[in-house]
Structure formats: structure tokens, C-alpha cells
Write a protein that binds this ligand. Structure first.
Ligand code: OAD
Length: 235
């Protein structure tokens, strides 16, 4: 049986594809107000501004490509039972070929109801080159909104993610500042004795989580170090 390798990724893995992170210098939340653009209150107050913000990010997704880090993770499926749990709302893991991807914070490729975000009748794929406009309706008659988990909203995939991390034989964290909860708490669910790696070029502001080996490199370089370390473990 293949070992279960669970990856937990954040914005840093997509940085080399040209998608800015949130909290680095030039990060999204340095330029834009998260509470205005990524919260239910912000959407109620100025829906046009929120739609403009996400329409731009949706369109940008057509202009970027997966990078070496996404591709190496997809390639690891030849040897391991890989699940990627991502905080990212882009689709670069899927486009690189990863077959099991769980999105904790939603997906730019989908839209949903603004009355009930989790209504499965209303969640649907929506072409990235078609902007979501004020007046566009979900099937329940409410304003269409991006399928994104905004601040203060329930992270519906957390139970599944916690279970998968608990069951992991190897755990790899890549490109996340580990400051946004509940997602960041996932690092505490891995079994004490399994190999745990964290790929990030910077020191972790909140300190390194316990038991992790820090591969201090950008994701595109760090994944090659990871593959070497996994090979060494097999020998
Ligand atoms: P952050 O912007 O908070 O953190 C990005 C992390 O990536 C930092 O630890 C950086 O050091 C690291 N990093 C930067 N460049 C990198 C590179 N080339 N390779 C690898 N790592 C690199 O992003 P997240 O932790 O993903 O939520 O943010 C978590 C959540 O906050 C997001 O999902 C988003 C945001 O608000 C929502 O929008 C709901």
C-alpha cells in the first residue's frame, strides 16, 4: 500500500506563478482592505467593489500557469497516495495534475448563492472570462457571488482536512504563514512520529511548528529538496 502523503499549501506555492501572496511585502492585504473585499459585511456594503476584486483575480487565473512546485507534487502521485489540502483559491494544483485537491477557502472557478453559500444547488463552475455582475442571479434568486470563504465564514472542509492530516504518513506544509485559523491549526493534527516538512523561504513569524524540518527555500526549489529527503528516507 502506498504511504499517505498530505500536503497543506498556501499562497507561497503560487507566488512563482505570478499570483501575489497576502502578507509578504507587496502582498494583497498590504494593498487592499481584507475586511472590505473578503468579508460578508464588505459584500453587503459595497458588492460592486467585491465583485470587481474577484473578477480581476478570476481573469488573472487565465494568465498564469502552474509552476515546478505544483508539478512535482502532482508527480509524487506515482509513488505516494497524495492529497493536497490548499488554502489557495486558484486551480494550479489541479492544472498541474494533482488528482485529490481539497480547497479550504473556496475556488475562483465557481460561483454560488449569496443567500446560502453552501447550497449545493447553487454552486457551479463559471467561466473565468465572464465577470460576475450585479444582478446576475443564483438559482435561488439571490445575487451570484464568488465561491470563496470570506472572513468570519464557516470553513466547511475543516473536518475532512483534520481527518486526512491525522491519517497522514508524511506531512508537508508549503508557503503558508500559518496565521489564518482554523486552517493554520491543521499542523497540530499530524501524528507526532511521522516525518513533517515545512517549505518556506522565510522564518516563520509565529515560530516553527513543533517537529517540522524547515526546508528554507522557495517552493520551486524546496520541492526538489523534499524529493531528495523522501528518497533518503526510503533507503
Ligand atoms: P500568506 O501571504 O499569509 O503567507 C504566504 C507564505 O508564503 C509566507 O509564509 C511566505 O514566507 C511564504 N512564501 C513567500 N514566497 C514564497 C515562495 N516563493 N515559495 C514558498 N513560500 C513562499 O498566505 P497564506 O498563509 O496562504 O484567505 O494565507 C492564508 C489565507 O489568508 C489565505 O487563504 C487567504 C488570506 O486571507 C482567504 O482569502 C479566506
Amino acid at each position: 500500500m502506498q504511504q499517505k502523503l498530505v500536503v497543506f499549501s498556501g499562497a507561497g506555492i503560487s507566488a512563482e506563478s505570478g499570483i501575489p501572496t497576502f502578507r509578504d511585502a507587496n502582498g494583497m492585504w498590504g494593498k487592499y482592505d481584507a475586511m472590505k473585499l473578503a468579508s460578508v459585511g464588505g459584500f453587503e456594503e459595497d458588492p460592486q467593489a467585491v465583485l470587481d476584486f474577484y473578477n480581476a483575480r478570476r481573469k488573472n487565473l487565465l494568465e498564469v500557469e502552474p509552476n515546478h512546485a505544483h508539478r512535482v507534487l502532482a508527480d509524487l502521485e506515482k509513488q505516494y497516495d497524495v492529497t493536497v489540502i490548499t488554502q489557495n483559491v486558484d486551480n494550479l494544483h489541479e492544472r498541474a495534475g494533482s488528482s485529490k485537491v481539497i480547497h479550504l477557502h473556496g475556488e475562483l472557478t465557481k460561483v454560488t448563492s449569496s443567500y446560502n453559500r453552501l447550497d449545493t444547488n447553487c454552486i457551479k463552475e463559471y467561466p473565468l472570462d465572464v465577470p460576475i455582475r450585479l444582478g446576475d442571479k443564483a438559482v435561488d434568486g439571490s445575487q451570484l457571488r464568488p465561491y470563496i470563504v470570506w472572513f468570519g465564514e464557516y470553513v466547511d472542509n475543516m473536518d475532512l482536512a483534520e481527518y486526512l492530516v491525522k491519517m497522514a504518513d508524511i506531512f508537508v506544509v508549503i508557503g503558508t504563514s500559518l496565521v489564518v485559523y482554523p486552517a493554520a491549526g491543521l499542523v497540530n493534527y499530524a501524528h507526532m512520529e511521522i516525518p513533517k516538512f515545512l517549505i518556506d523561504p522565510n522564518d516563520m513569524k509565529g515560530g516553527m511548528p513543533v517537529g517540522f524540518e524547515h526546508i528554507k527555500a522557495k517552493a520551486v526549489e524546496g520541492v526538489d529538496v523534499l524529493v531528495r529527503r523522501l528518497k533518503e528516507m526510503e533507503e
